[in-house]
Design a protein around this ligand. Structure first.
Ligand SMILES: Cc1cc2nc3c(=O)[nH]c(=O)nc-3n(C[C@H](O)[C@H](O)[C@H](O)COP(=O)(O)OP(=O)(O)OC[C@H]3O[C@@H](n4cnc5c(N)ncnc54)[C@H](O)[C@@H]3O)c2cc1C
Length: 449
C-alpha cells in the first residue's frame, strides 16, 4: 500500500494532504466520507493504473467528475477516488460540429466552448454539474426536445475498462458498450473522453413564467390553470420546454424557449390567453436572456453549501389526479417540486436504441429539499419522502440520475425489466466482478442476491 504514489501516476492524495478535503467534499453537504486515496488522474493511462492499483489492494473505487451525484457516489469510504477533474478540457471542431470533452469536464466548460462558435448540445440546467454522470445517465436539458438527450449526441467514448484496457467505443466497435454507456451510468468503466455532436444554437432564450399565489382558497383555480398548461404542453413547439415549479405559496407555470425570441413571445402570448380563460390571476414574468445565462441562472440557488435530499419520478401522463396530488401539499417540511417536459427529439429515438429507457416520458418530477442544520435531517428527509410517495402510484418510471437512496428497486424503475436484462448482460461481459459498483448499480449475474 505504501507504494500508491509510485503505482499510480499523477497526483495521489491521502488524508491530511493539501487538497484532500476539497476532493472528498461533493455537492450534497450531507456526504461526509473519507477515501483512503484520491488519485487525481490527468490521462487515460493514469486512470488505468489507478483501477489496477485499487483492484490489487481490494479498494472500492469511486469516480468523481462534477461530484453532483445526489447520494455522493463519487466518494468511497476507505476506498480509492478517481478524481477526473484534471481532465476538464473541451475542444471544439466548429467546422465538423463536434466536441471532444474530457471525462472530468463540467457542463459550463462545454457550453462556453461550444457557444463561442454559435454551437451547443443538450446539457443540464446547472453549469457546475459534471458531464460524466449526466451524460452517462441520459442528460436532460433545455435543448433536449430539439436535439435529444446528451447521450443521444455521443458519437464515441474513450473508455477505461475494469481490466484497465483503453478502448474507443462507438456504434461499430463494441456496439454493446456503446448501447450501455448511453444511459447505463458509470457501471462499465471510466469514460475519459466523450465525442459529442454539436448543433447551431444562436443563443437567444426566453424564460416564460406565469406565477400564481397558492392559498387554501385558490387551489381549485390553480389546478384548472395547471390542467390547461398541461394540455397546451402536448402540442408545444420543440423550441419550448414546458416547466413548472411548486413551492409553499406559489405555482409557476410556463416554458423555456430556446430559439427566435419573436416566435417565443408569440407562444408566450398564446399561453397567457389560454391560462387567462381558466385562471387570470397570475403575474407574467417573461425574461429574455442568452443561452449561457440560462445555463448558469440556477448555479447559486443550487450551490454547494446545503444538505440535500431529492426524489424523482417520471410521468408518461400528467392526469388530473396527478395534478391534484401535486397541489395537495398537506403536512410540514414539504420539498419544492419541479416538472420539466420531455417529448420531441427525446421520443424520436426508439426505446431499445439506448440504455436510457423511458422515451415515453411526458414530464420529469423532482422534489428537492435543502437545509443547513444537521439536526433537521430526519424531518426534512421524511417530508420529501412522504410527498414523493403520494405521487409514486402515478409514476411510469424514474430517471436514473434523479434516484437517491432508492436502491435496487429504483434501478428497476429507471430501466424496466428488458433494459435491465440487457444491461446485466453487458455488465457480465465487461465488469463481472462489479469493480464499478459505487453507482446506481447494475449487479452482475454472478453476484445477484
Ligand atoms: C444541482 C443539480 C442539477 C442537475 N441538473 C440536471 C439536469 O438539468 N439534467 C440532468 O439530466 N441531470 C441533472 N442533474 C442530475 C445529474 O445528472 C446527476 O447528479 C449526475 O450524476 C451528476 O454527474 P456528476 O459527474 O456531476 O456527478 P459525480 O458525483 O461526479 O458522478 C456521479 C457518478 O457518475 C459516474 N461518473 C461520473 N463521471 C464519470 C466518468 N467520466 N466515467 C464513468 N463514470 C462516471 C460515477 O458512477 C459517479 O459515481 C442535476 C444534479 C444536480 C445536483
Amino acid at each position: 500500500m505504501a507504494s500508491a504514489r509510485e503505482s499510480v501516476g499523477g497526483v495521489v492524495l491521502e488524508p491530511g494532504d493539501e487538497g484532500f478535503d476539497e476532493a472528498r467534499r461533493v455537492w450534497n453537504a450531507m456526504i461526509d466520507r473519507t477515501p483512503r486515496y484520491v488519485a487525481r488522474c490527468a490521462s487515460a493511462p493514469e486512470v488505468a493504473e489507478a483501477i489496477r492499483f485499487a483492484r490489487r489492494n481490494g479498494l472500492e473505487i469511486g469516480v468523481r467528475c462534477g461530484g453532483h451525484s445526489i447520494v455522493g457516489h463519487a466518494v468511497p469510504d476507505g476506498g480509492l477516488m478517481i478524481d477526473l477533474r484534471p481532465m476538464g478540457a473541451v475542444e471544439v471542431d466548429a467546422s465538423a460540429r463536434r466536441a471532444r470533452v474530457q471525462g472530468g469536464a463540467l457542463l459550463g466548460a462545454l457550453d462556453r466552448a461550444a457557444q463561442a462558435h454559435g454551437l451547443a448540445v443538450t446539457a443540464g440546467n446547472v453549469s457546475h454539474t459534471g458531464i460524466g454522470g449526466l451524460a452517462l445517465g441520459g442528460g436532460m436539458g433545455w435543448l433536449a426536445r430539439q436535439h435529444g438527450l446528451t447521450c443521444d449526441n455521443v458519437l464515441s467514448f474513450e473508455l477505461v475498462t475494469a481490466e484497465g484496457e483503453i478502448l474507443r467505443v462507438d456504434a461499430d466497435s463494441h456496439p454493446d458498450l456503446f448501447w450501455a454507456l448511453r444511459g447505463g451510468g458509470g457501471n462499465f468503466g471510466v469514460v475519459t473522453e466523450f465525442e459529442l455532436a454539436l448543433h447551431p444554437v444562436p443563443g437567444d432564450v426566453l424564460s416564460v413564467e406565469f406565477v400564481y399565489p397558492v392559498a387554501s382558497g385558490t387551489v381549485s383555480s390553480v389546478a384548472a390553470a395547471m390542467r390547461r398548461w398541461r394540455d397546451e404542453s402536448a402540442a408545444a413547439d420543440r423550441r419550448a420546454t414546458y416547466n413548472a415549479t411548486i413551492s409553499d405559496g406559489t405555482l409557476s407555470l410556463g416554458f423555456v424557449w430556446v430559439g427566435d425570441p419573436v416566435d417565443g413571445e408569440v407562444a408566450a402570448a398564446e399561453l397567457a390567453t389560454s391560462l387567462a380563460e381558466v385562471a387570470p390571476d397570475f403575474e407574467r414574468v417573461v425574461v429574455p436572456m442568452t443561452y449561457l445565462e440560462l445555463q448558469t441562472r440556477e448555479d447559486d440557488i443550487e450551490g454547494h453549501a446545503w444538505r440535500r435530499y431529492w426524489k424523482g419520478h417520471y410521468f408518461s401522463q400528467l392526469g388530473d389526479e396527478v395534478i391534484d396530488a401535486l397541489l395537495a401539499r398537506d403536512g410540514d417540511d414539504l420539498p419544492n417540486v419541479s416538472l420539466q417536459a420531455y417529448g420531441g427529439a427525446i421520443a424520436d429515438v426508439a426505446p431499445e436504441a439506448t440504455a436510457f429507457a423511458r422515451r415515453d416520458t411526458a414530464f420529469e418530477f423532482v422534489c428537492a429539499s435543502k437545509w443547513l442544520d444537521a439536526s433537521d435531517d430526519e424531518r426534512r428527509i421524511a417530508g420529501a419522502r412522504r410527498h414523493a410517495a403520494t405521487l409514486e402510484p402515478f409514476a411510469s418510471g424514474a430517471y436514473v440520475n434523479a434516484l437517491s437512496d432508492d436502491g435496487a428497486a429504483g434501478v428497476r424503475r429507471a430501466y424496466g425489466e428488458d433494459h435491465l436484462a440487457r444491461l446485466t448482460a453487458v455488465k457480465d461481459a465487461w465488469d463481472p466482478g462489479n469493480v464499478f459498483r459505487l453507482n446506481q448499480n447494475i449487479v452482475p449475474s454472478a453476484l445477484a442476491p
